[in-house]
Design a protein around this ligand. Structure first.
Ligand SMILES: Nc1ncnc2c1ncn2[C@@H]1O[C@H](COP(=O)(O)OP(=O)(O)OP(=O)(O)O)[C@@H](O)[C@H]1O
Length: 320
C-alpha cells in the first residue's frame, strides 16, 4: 500500500475536474488574462509556467473562485465559479506560495485547527491528522512548535494540511521554492503518490525539473494566454529538437563570432551563454572537439523545458 492510499485519498474516475474557458481578467485597466482556456482531469498534473507577473497566481485565484473573471467561464468539480466557490472548495486543497502555518501552534495542532475549518472534529479529525503526520514524516515533531521546523518540513506540513479534507484537486503555487534538492524530492514523491490515487494537481512552478518530473502537460502562459499546452517530451521535440550545444566562458563572444564568420548559422543568446540547436549543434560540437583555441566551456545535451520556454517567450523561467 503506498502512502496516498494509506491516507485515504479519494479515487475518482477519469473526468474533467477543472475547466476555464475564454477567461479574461484585467487589473486597473491592464489586461492580465486575455482569453485563457485550459482543463484538468482527475489524476492529471498540469504545470502552468510563465514569467514573473504573467498571471499564474491570478489564474489560480480564478480557478478557486476567490476572484471573479471579467468574462469567460470557470467550472471546478462541475460547479460554476465564483458563485458555487465555497461548495467547490470543500473538496479542494491549496498549498499557497508562502507558508501560512500558525506559529502559536504545534505541528499536530496546525493539522487539527485546519481540519475544523472543514467541519472535521473529534476522533475522526484526530485520526485524519495522525495519517497526515505519517504522510509528512513528521511524527517525531508532533509536539514541536512550527517555528522550529526546517524549510522542507514546513512545506511537508503545508502539503499535509492541504490534504486534511481528502481533496480531489490540489492547487500548488510554487510548492518547493527555496528548498534544497533532497527536500524537493521528498515533496515530489508525495505528489506522485497523490496523482496515482486520482488527485488532480494544478501546479505553478519556476523549476523546469519540477514540471518535467510531475506534469503530464505543461502549459506556458505568456502575454495573457496559453501559448502551448502539451506533454513535456512533445514540447521539447516540437519546439527545440533533439540536441542543444550550449557554449559559455571568457572567449565565448569571440568564439561565436569566428564560427559565424566561417559558417553563418542561427544561434540564440541568453545572458552570457550561446545556444546552437540540432544540426547546428552537431556542427559546432564536432568543430570544438577538434579545436578550441579560445578555451570556451561547452556542453552538448538534449533539449529541455528551459529551452522550450525561452524559444517561446524570449525569457528565462526566472527573471528575478
Ligand atoms: N489585486 C491586484 N491588483 C492589481 N494588480 C494585480 C492584482 N493581482 C495581480 N495583479 C497584477 O497582475 C499581474 C499578474 O500577477 P500574478 O501574481 O498573477 O502573476 P504571476 O505569474 O503569479 O507572477 P509570479 O511568478 O511573480 O508569482 C501582475 O502584473 C500583478 O501586478
Amino acid at each position: 500500500m503506498d502512502i496516498a492510499t494509506s491516507v485515504g485519498i479519494n479515487v475518482v474516475s477519469d473526468s474533467t475536474v477543472l475547466e476555464l474557458v475564454d477567461v479574461r481578467k484585467s487589473f486597473l485597466g491592464r489586461a492580465v488574462l486575455e482569453g485563457l482556456s485550459l482543463s484538468l482531469a482527475s489524476g492529471e498534473c498540469i504545470a502552468l509556467l510563465g514569467p514573473n507577473g504573467a498571471g499564474k497566481s491570478t489564474t489560480i485565484s480564478l480557478a478557486l473562485g476567490l476572484s471573479e473573471t471579467d468574462s469567460g467561464r470557470v467550472e471546478l468539480l462541475g460547479l460554476s465559479l465564483p458563485g458555487s466557490g465555497h461548495m467547490a472548495r470543500q473538496e479542494v486543497g491549496v498549498v499557497p506560495q508562502y507558508d501560512a502555518l500558525d506559529p502559536d501552534f504545534t505541528v499536530f495542532e496546525n493539522l487539527l485547527v485546519f481540519g475544523r475549518y472543514f467541519g472535521l472534529h473529534g476522533a475522526k479529525l484526530r485520526a485524519r491528522a495522525e495519517e497526515l503526520l505519517n504522510f509528512a514524516q513528521l511524527q517525531s515533531r508532533r509536539t514541536d512548535s512550527v517555528a522550529t521546523l526546517s524549510g522542507g518540513m514546513r512545506r511537508r506540513l503545508m502539503l499535509a494540511r492541504a490534504l486534511i479534507n481528502k481533496p480531489k484537486v490540489l492547487f500548488l503555487d510554487e510548492p518547493t521554492t527555496g528548498l534544497d534538492p533532497q527536500a524537493k524530492h521528498v515533496i515530489w514523491d508525495r505528489l506522485v503518490d497523490l496523482k496515482k490515487q486520482g488527485v488532480a494537481l494544478f501546479l505553478t512552478t519556476h523549476y523546469m525539473d519540477e514540471a518535467q518530473r510531475l506534469a503530464d502537460r505543461v502549459a506556458i502562459l505568456d502575454h495573457g494566454n496559453i501559448v502551448v499546452c502539451d506533454k513535456p517530451s512533445a514540447l521539447i521535440k516540437d519546439v527545440v529538437g533533439y540536441a542543444v550545444l550550449e557554449l559559455w566562458g571568457a572567449g565565448a563572444d569571440a568564439c561565436v563570432a569566428s564560427i559565424q564568420q566561417a559558417n553563418p548559422m542561427p544561434v540564440e543568446q541568453r545572458g552570457a551563454n550561446y545556444y546552437f540547436k540540432n544540426h547546428c549543434a552537431d556542427i559546432v560540437f564536432t568543430g570544438l572537439k577538434e579545436s578550441n583555441p579560445m578555451g570556451v566551456d561547452f556542453i552538448y545535451r538534449p533539449g529541455n523545458l528551459e529551452d522550450v520556454f525561452f524559444s517561446l517567450t524570449g525569457r528565462a523561467l526566472r527573471d528575478d
